[in-house]
Design a protein around this ligand. Structure first.
Ligand code: DAH
Length: 343
């Protein structure tokens, strides 16, 4: 009877120890197996002792022992299953066998690539880079640049006005020419600067135009600057950026330059894209330019008798689209990673 009770206690003891055995790794599964299920394990020890029992006692203990065995085997099998589907490192819980997640390196946005390229070409001939605010007042965006009081560019249709007192005086800049004014107001000639930045216009969004885009403005003010300096500078730029190509200047109008011109580059019509872009003429307009109007110099406290200068402005987005054959301007601003990864 005594022996019988000891056996039952022992079965209970092993049962609870096995239940509380902490199994957190494959190594611990093996420890568990050695402790309870191996030849010299605790379960076999009990079975050996069980053989010494007789009669009714043997029957009851046998039943309990079988239950215990099933119990321990199922703990063991469950643990094995868990760790085979989750091969984790024993100490850290981290699966060191998984392939490494390669760190993705970002890339420059195509507009930044083109902007940097333009800046570095002009830097090589002495132009510095300047910047100005995106929220501008009427003076810097329009008045100082000689825009007449009722010029259509001031119209609500084109300009995003900003609710800031006095009303109607502040807007998101419609062009980077505003930075010219700031620069002339605060520095003395000679001035040789490039001014890249984002500009805003209240236009319908389509594949060819967006309500915001990027421009880069150029300004050169010194004594005796003339139109041939402008032409040579732009010719140098085109040869560096596009390679040797014909350029032409067409008379145009901007309130802040006199005379004003638009510059075209010759792409030809041999590819379908060039034919389409140039509407069959072979020529594509890429920028506006001119000699800074003496009124603008005066507005910025620069003596027009002593100094003259030229200015130009071009759309970075358009040039980017041209360079990479991008057909829809909106792609530049959707931040679709599949698109951006191509640059
Ligand atoms: N500000 C003009 C525009 O947004 C571009 C421009 C034309 C800038 C002629 C200039 C210039 O500096 O001389 O369309």
């Amino acid at each position: 009877m005594n022996y019988f009770c000891t056996m039952l206690d022992r079965i209970e003891e092993i049962k609870s120890k096995a239940k509380n055995f902490s199994i957190n790794s494959k190594e611990q599964i093996e420890e568990f197996r050695l402790k309870y299920l191996s030849k010299k394990g605790e379960l076999n020890e009990l079975f050996d002792a069980f053989k010494l029992l007789a009669g009714a006692e043997k029957k009851e203990i046998g039943r309990q022992l079988n239950l215990l065995k099933q119990n321990i085997e199922s703990i063991y099998n469950e643990a094995k299953e868990k760790f085979s589907s989750e091969p984790k490192n024993s100490t850290t819980g981290i699966d060191l066998s998984l392939p490494v997640n390669a760190n993705k390196i970002g890339s420059l946005h195509p507009i930044s690539i083109v902007r940097n390229e333009i800046l570095s070409i002009f830097e090589s001939i002495g132009f510095v880079t300047e910047s100005g605010p995106e929220i501008e007042d009427d003076w810097h965006n329009f008045s100082a640049l000689n825009f007449p009081e009722n010029h259509p560019a001031r119209d609500m249709q084109d300009t995003f006005f900003v609710e800031k007192e006095p009303k109607g005086n502040f807007a998101l800049r419609t062009h980077t020419s505003s930075v010219q004014v700031r620069l002339m107001e605060t520095s003395k000639p000679p001035i040789r600067a490039l001014m890249p930045g984002r500009v805003y216009r209240n236009e319908a969004v389509s594949s060819r135009s967006n309500c915001f885009f990027h421009q880069v403005e150029g300004l050169y003010i010194d004594e005796n600057v003339n139109f041939s300096d402008l032409k040579q500078t732009l010719y140098y730029f085109v040869s560096q950026f596009f390679g040797e190509r014909d350029i032409r200047f067409r008379p145009s109008y901007f309130p802040f330059t006199e005379p004003s011109a638009e510059m075209d580059i010759y792409l030809g019509t041999s590819t379908e894209q060039d034919y389409r872009l140039t509407k069959g003429t072979g020529w594509l307009e890429i920028l506006g330019c001119g000699m800074v109007d003496p009124n603008v110099l005066k507005n910025c406290k620069i003596d027009p008798e002593k100094y003259s200068g030229f200015a130009f402005g071009m759309g970075i987005d358009r040039i980017t689209m041209l360079k990479y054959g991008i057909k829809d301007i909106r792609q530049l601003f959707e931040n679709d990673i599949r698109f951006l990864e191509q640059f």
